[in-house]
Design a protein around this ligand. Structure first.
Ligand code: ARG
Length: 274
């Protein structure tokens, strides 16, 4: 009987010891002299239609480069996240955000009320407007002159929108292309009479393709546009990081440096309020 009692006490002791083990405090953090390794930063998948120089394009090595790329990399460095750029066709680029295939879209995207219904945008980071490209012997002098002509646009862009408004929804003279370079190629070969696209891209193309013999025409009819960085609707945490990073690179001169690298001079500062 004494033996049984002893065994019971022993057994209870073992159970207690086992329980006690579980209640042991977690190992103490290492001493201050040996700092814990920083957690690995989050890597966000960034969609960009890399056929839109100088904002995003692929260099000879296939690497995605451009103004937007430098801006987002600088934002990420400030805000403490990492980015991986993935060439993504313009058509479907916003769906990729909604489906979670991309976390961020940076692609010279104009902030519009319509897009704001399905996406969230950062603060604006670049000002733009539509610009018309024609062959240099063209008589086109203003946007309204395109009414009876064949016009090339990139499908689903603000250039498409403006042109559709001028020519009419069902007008078969609007030729829609999956990329802006394809539309500009068609202008060179005579398949269209004009291309309507973002000014920065048209100017860059004309400057780099003197053989194409294009000229450009601006028109005050075109509304001012502002590019924003897009995230999935409701991803406020990421949007806040992006906006903080953007404010930081604007404040410390990084943004102006990137701007000068691509466009030759710092952007005009908004006038101080009177
Ligand atoms: N800014 C215009 C828009 O938002 C065109 C952007 C096209 N961007 C591109 N990477 N292809 O509709």
């Amino acid at each position: 009987r004494r033996f049984l009692q002893t065994a019971a006490v022993l057994a209870a002791g073992i159970v207690l010891a086992a329980c006690g083990k579980k209640e042991e405090p977690a190992p103490v953090a290492p001493a201050a002299s040996a700092p814990a390794p920083a957690p690995a930063p989050t890597v966000y998948a960034v969609g960009t239609d890399a056929a839109y120089a100088p904002f995003e394009s692929q260099d000879e090595k296939g690497e995605i480069v451009g103004f937007d790329i430098d801006v987002l990399k600088a934002i990420a460095a400030k805000a403490g996240f990492e980015v991986k750029f993935i060439n993504t066709p313009w058509e479907g680029i916003f769906n990729a955000l909604g489906q979670g295939d991309r976390d961020i879209v940076v692609s010279a995207v104009t902030i519009t009320d319509e897009r704001k219904q399905t996406l969230d945008f950062s603060e604006p980071y670049f000002d733009a407007a539509q610009l018309i490209a024609v062959r240099d012997n063209s008589k086109v002098a203003k946007f309204a002159d395109l009414k009876k002509l064949k016009v090339g646009v990139q499908t689903g862009t603000t250039g498409d929108e403006a042109t559709t408004k001028l020519l009419g929804k069902t007008n078969t003279n609007i030729k829609r292309f999956e990329s802006t370079p394809l539309a500009l190629k068609e202008l060179e070969s005579g398949g269209v009479d004009a291309v309507v696209a973002d000014n920065g891209v048209v100017i860059h193309h004309v400057a780099n393709n003197p053989g194409a013999k294009f000229k450009t025409i601006s028109d005050k009819e075109f509304a001012p546009e502002h590019y924003g960085i897009a995230v999935k609707k409701g991803n406020t945490a990421l949007l806040e990081k992006i906006n903080q990073g953007l404010a930081a690179i604007k404040a410390d001169g990084t943004y102006d440096q990137i701007y000068a690298k691509y466009f030759g001079a710092a952007p005009a500062k908004a006038e101080a309020p009177a």
